[in-house]
Write a protein that binds this ligand. Structure first.
Ligand SMILES: [Ca+2]
Length: 341
């Protein structure tokens, strides 16, 4: 049931741009809009400044929040692959063979028609940058499923490996990860989230210059555990008295915010804001491992600091969880929040 709402949103996006292109010599709503979907992993609703978080600072997301229209009920699946399968297909995850995140149950059925495949019929080019998590074997890979550009890690997170086909490059790390680029493994330098945004922005610039309408899917493994962020992002939180995991989780989110700021600045600079739908969302509820429950640190005054999740019930994996998205469009940036409390 939770997928139905999210499916309807993305069917609407796909249908709008496709119909604009296929059935009209003059688009009904002007030029074909570009679509940028940024999806973070296990962030959840609470860890955003505008959602009342007492410690995390997210000026870029807050700015997007302020420029956007917000959904009041926005529901997702309780874990990674199901939400992503719904997004890619417009169908309930179980209709795509997705019932879990590992053990071959994360492989999206090869019969599934994907969003980039639909968009390609409308003249779009599509790129994915980050986490795919819908099958690591070759036929399931995004460069075989409609994406013209694929710059991804494997499995459900960098360094993950299971006794099945779901696995990343052995020993992979958040810094200088090995990345699969259009089917080939390449060595990179830098922090994962920075790399995914940089690759995505470079690709956006390229396809913009070529004059193609595009769908950019920037899908960070952060802030999923393990909770590793650049030291420049964790220091403020360790100084405040947070545990290492929580400082990492919070630092990963502030790093995401920095990258959203970089992206939004470039969209302004490239004058893409007038014709680009920018969507920001979390794939499921807030992690339970980083700062999800109970005491997460001790203040300098000796007071315990409790996890904050904006009065949401439960964490990731619980069916009662629901998330949020910010949506911006050529009609004005739009955000959605939600909320099943
Ligand atoms: Ca997730």
């Amino acid at each position: 049931m939770s997928s139905n709402f999210i499916n309807s949103v993305f069917i609407a996006v796909a249908s709008t741009v496709a119909l604009n292109s296929i059935h009209a010599t003059e688009p009904a709503f002007g030029k074909q809009p570009n679509v940028i979907l940024v999806i973070t992993d296990d962030q959840g609703y609470g860890p955003v400044g505008k959602h009342g978080h007492p410690w995390i600072k997210t000026p870029s997301l807050d700015a997007l929040h302020g420029q956007s229209t917000r959904f009041e009920r926005f529901l997702v699946s309780p874990t990674c692959s199901p939400t992503r399968a719904a997004l890619m297909s417009g169908r309930h995850p179980m209709k795509n063979g997705i019932t879990h995140t590992i053990l071959e149950r994360e492989r999206m059925a090869l019969s599934t028609v994907t969003l980039p495949q639909v968009l390609s019929k409308a003249g779009y080019t599509s790129g994915i940058f980050g986490k795919w998590h819908l099958g690591d074997e070759e036929p399931y890979q995004p460069h075989k499923r409609g994406f013209d550009e694929a710059f991804i890690h494997g499995a459900g997170g960098i360094g993950q490996a299971y006794k099945c086909s779901c696995a990343d490059a052995p020993g992979n790390k958040y810094f200088n990860p090995t990345i699969r680029h259009n089917g080939s493994f390449v060595k990179t330098e830098g922090y994962c989230t920075d790399l995914f945004f940089t690759a995505g922005m470079g690709w956006i610039k390229k396809v913009k210059d070529e004059g193609k309408p595009f769908f950019a899917y920037i899908t960070t493994n952060a802030p999923h555990g393990p909770f590793i962020a650049p030291p420049s992002n964790t220091k403020r939180f360790t100084d405040l008295g947070f545990s290492g995991k929580t400082a990492g989780f919070y630092g990963m989110i502030e790093n995401i915010d920095e990258n959203m700021g970089r992206l939004m600045k470039k969209l302004d600079e490239w004058k893409l804001n007038e014709n680009t739908i920018l969507i920001f969302m979390s794939d499921n509820g807030m992690t339970g491992g980083g700062s999800g429950r109970g005491k997460v640190g001790t203040s300098k005054g000796g007071k315990p600091m409790e996890a904050f999740n904006a009065n949401m019930k439960g964490q990731r994996v619980l069916l009662t969880r629901a998330e949020f998205a910010f949506l911006s469009s050529c009609a004005g940036r739009v955000s959605s929040k939600r909320a099943e409390k």
